[in-house]
Design a protein around this ligand. Sequence first.
Ligand code: BG6
Length: 492
Amino acid sequence: MGFPKGFLWGGATAANQYEGGYISGGKGLAVADTITGGDGIHGIQRKIYLELADGTKTSVGNREEVPAGAKAYVDPDVYYPSHVATDFYHHWKEDIALFAEMGMNVYRLSINWTRIFPHGDDEVPNEEGLQFYEDVFKECHKYNIEPLVTIYHFDCPLYLANEYDGWVSRHTVDAFEKYCRTIFTRYKGLVKYWLTINEININTNFMMNGVHEHISNKQNAEQCRWHLFVGSALAVTIGHEIDPNNFIGLMIAHGATYPYSCNPEDVMCEIETAHTQKWFYGDVLCRGYYPAYKVKELEREGIVIHKEPGDDELLKKGVVDFYSFSYYSSATYAAHPEQIKQVEGNQVRGLQNPYLKASEWGWTVDPVGLRVNLNQIYDRYQLPMMIVENGLGAIDKVEEDGSINDDYRIDYMREHILQMKKAIEIDGVDLIGYTPWGHIDVVSAGTGEMRKRYGFIYVDKDDDGNGDLSRSRKKSFFYMQKVYKSNGEDLD
Ligand code: BG6
């Protein structure tokens, strides 16, 4: 009963939200380094400053479209949260010791492509960048923490975005292939758990993938998707070839989706939304080909994807070893949504669920939805699963004595872990690991804020970059320590 022996308990971060050192040690710029802070509670988007093809300067919101030919740049007078982030680059030893103290036996982190290849497609890799991650992985092993490495987490090299339109171009896939070969070779024996592309299902815009015109030009969006799938399949194939012990998974933003009512039209609406939002990506990466509903959609839209010879075979060969996903919330979907209140979520919007409450950022809190997901995914693919992101973004108050009493976060964690336990004990799903998001405070991806904190470890930094970056343990740190050290038995 309960969590299996050897269950992976951990935490998760991404380089561009945590590392800082944005041009240290030979690192080049990623698109993420050109995105300002925003304000999620008041709906103010992060911004990207651009130089247009005719030389004029402008800016767009991070969810908006970047015009063809525009180049993003770093404005010296603007504050960019990724540049220092919460400074893992200079605190990694101290932080990994804290992770070990919390009882983690796995740590999900991403490699910043531009730390290895500053432009994305350089002739030779940057040795200082390679060494940095090697040191980090060795430090993890010192504490018996297994690294779980995301190869690509929202950090398209700026050069590839500006000059090649990011993942729309085959050049980016070729550069990615070389990057994969380099890291799989260098970290052989140090890393065995890998994720190919973070949240591959919400990845067609400029911020994530350097794609200009991702809204007005559906061809671009579909070509980018195809290239991401090819990139993921290449990563799996190369990873297995270099070391058959590598265990390589996909990563999907997998919120729970429900019909708003039992009206059959709402049910159908949810099926279509779920296909588009999430199943399409799992279907391709777990089965190795486009599902019928996508083939029909492309036919209807008159979109023909440009493929290279051998791509279809590669997709089949490069299917993943396991399914990993992020889970924060659920949403409902209706055929006639006009009168129903919209809710926010992890990059996607849906409709309010009258049975559930939401976080300060409007993300619906739904622990049972996690069990629903685990069941649905396991029913569909029968693959081992990891939950590689989950948690509550909230504003924390530091008391006079320095303590942070985040009981709201403890409640969130307890309820979600309970549902995981039920899914294992009652439903028999094959869940092998859990790495809550931002177990140490990091910059928010969606809003660029610091005050939207997920951590069990607090980092002293605010939205304007003030703070001494010191670390402290929140109340939730001790709760998670208890959970981890009891292998999920002690949840009180
Ligand atoms: C996922 C990402 O979208 O959710 C993370 O993989 C991100 O990078 C996390 O930080 C939480 O979202 P946000 O917008 O609250 O940071």
